[in-house]
Design a protein around this ligand. Structure first.
Ligand code: UDP
Length: 442
């Protein structure tokens, strides 16, 4: 999958399995940025012509790109994916392929793999809670929770606590049917596969993982994460150049004094929201490190900062285009993370014990926010209008006030649990042992 939030966990999982002695071949799309083979000499890379038209690839419409990829790769006449797979399987210079691990969104894979008799494992790059929502999608419609209705947003979804209707991922009414069909196919693909791998860990989501086991009844359902911590630090799966100058800048700041601000690789702002964020950060008085991707502001290439912003901020703020996020979150100077709650960002923050200021936008981000705020108590939500006064208040609460301090305390406790599960004999290591043995038994 040509998106950062999908490439990272997939390559990290590859790294983990490679470290246990398995050979790894990475099949990747070509329509957007692809991983750089030079940074992973231990893997073999095979590009798959994905058939996504240029205008769709350039549109930034994630669902549109996924849909186009699946449609092109599944077209009977093309069988492109099957041909690529057949070439990989027939390559006598490589060790024999045992199975293919594919991203849950890549619905073209099961058919191609089945035609070649290759077992499949599915990796879902969201949380276990999010996967439960996908499985429950028909029920959520039958019981009237979905489609979202303004009057029901605060209604608890009693089958999926602690979620309320507003925490379920939003699909516009015009896309409901397509979404229903697509999610049904995702669940079907998982049920037909030899196993489901989730980038989460038992101490975080044991109840959700257990429910999925009961609901799916397939040979293997595994909390196989956090893969960002199980894999080696040098995995370097970023699709964009990361600006490491920010680490030196962080070195000059007091412990837990800096707010790190990043909305991942896809979420965006309108130009007015951008101004409000800029002034909210400037007026908060806190040091901040802000990732402003060139395409962060809709309709603009590299947004301009408002007049007076630089003078107001001086050296207290640093703006970069793309961060080495895991290193940033692990830096002692970072005391909070203003995030869109993409699952990777959420998990990376949890792994480093950094409390969050949450501003979810779409997909599973609202579900993740609910767990961060309500279940784990390691963040606050910045809801309502994105306005400088609200932003300033929320930053103060997270970085300076008692409530934020309590969240930081809980985040540190969770970080300890991450440490426990990563140790020899810890649940994450046991899960990977189980996965490797399972693959070798195929
Ligand atoms: N990321 C990064 N540098 C940045 C911002 C994000 O390397 O400046 C990485 C981050 O560590 C995470 C991924 O990009 O692994 C974003 O994935 P996530 O699921 O959080 O959000 P998405 O981009 O899919 O919305």
């Amino acid at each position: 999958m040509p998106f950062q939030g999908h490439t990272n966990p997939m390559l990290q999982l590859g790294d983990v399995l490679h470290a246990r002695g398995l050979a790894i071949t990475v099949l990747h799309a070509t329509c957007l940025s692809a991983p750089d083979p030079e940074r992973h000499p231990e893997f073999q890379f095979v590009p798959v012509p994905d058939g996504v038209p240029d205008h769709v690839a350039a549109s930034g419409d994630v669902l549109g790109i996924i849909h186009a990829m699946n449609a092109a790769m599944e077209a009977d006449e093309s069988a492109v994916l099957r041909d690529v797979l057949a070439t990989v399987l027939g390559d006598e210079r490589q060790p024999p392929a045992v199975c293919i691990i594919f991203d849950a969104n890549l619905l073209a894979v099961p058919k191609a793999a089945e035609a070649l008799g290759l077992p499949t494992l599915v990796l879902t790059t969201g949380s276990a809670a999010c996967f439960r929502c996908l499985v429950a999608y028909p029920m959520l419609h039958e019981k009237g929770y979905l489609p979202h209705q303004e009057t029901k947003l605060d209604m608890p979804v009693k089958e999926l606590p602690p979620l309320r209707v507003r925490d379920l991922f939003y699909t516009p009414p015009s896309h409901q049917e397509v979404m229903k069909r697509t999610l049904a196919r995702v669940v079907e693909a998982v049920k037909k596969s030899s196993g489901l791998l989730m980038d989460t860990f038992d101490a975080l989501e044991i109840a959700e993982v257990q429910r999925i086991r009961e609901e799916l009844n397939i040979p293997l359902v595994l909390a196989a994460g956090p893969v960002n911590k199980l894999s080696s630090k040098s995995i370097g799966s970023s699709l964009l150049d990361q600006d490491f100058s920010c680490i030196e800048w962080l070195d000059q700041h007091h412990p837990e004094s800096v707010l790190y601000v990043s909305y991942g690789s896809l979420a965006s702002l309108d130009s007015n929201e951008f101004l409000e964020v800029a002034w909210g950060l400037a007026n908060s008085g806190h040091p901040f490190l802000w990732v402003v991707r060139p395409d962060l502001v809709r309709g603009m290439d590299c947004p301009d900062f408002p007049n007076g912003f630089e003078a107001a901020v001086h050296s207290r703020g640093k703006v970069i285009r793309w961060a080495p996020q895991q290193e940033v979150l692990a830096h002692p100077a970072v005391g909070g993370f203003w995030t869109h709650n993409g699952w990777n960002s959420t998990l990376e923050s949890i792994c480093e014990g950094v409390p969050m200021m949450c501003r979810p936008q779409f997909a599973d981000q609202t579900t993740n926010t609910r767990y961060v705020v309500n279940t784990w108590g390691v963040g606050l939500e910045l809801d309502g209008e994105l306005e400088r006064g609200n932003i300033e208040k929320a930053i103060r609460k997270l970085m300076k006030e008692r409530e934020g301090g309590e969240m930081r305390g809980r985040a540190k406790e969770l970080k300890k649990k991450v440490g426990e599960c990563l140790k020899d004999g810890g649940t994450a290591q046991i899960a990977i042992d189980k996965l490797v043995n399972y693959i070798l038994s195929m």
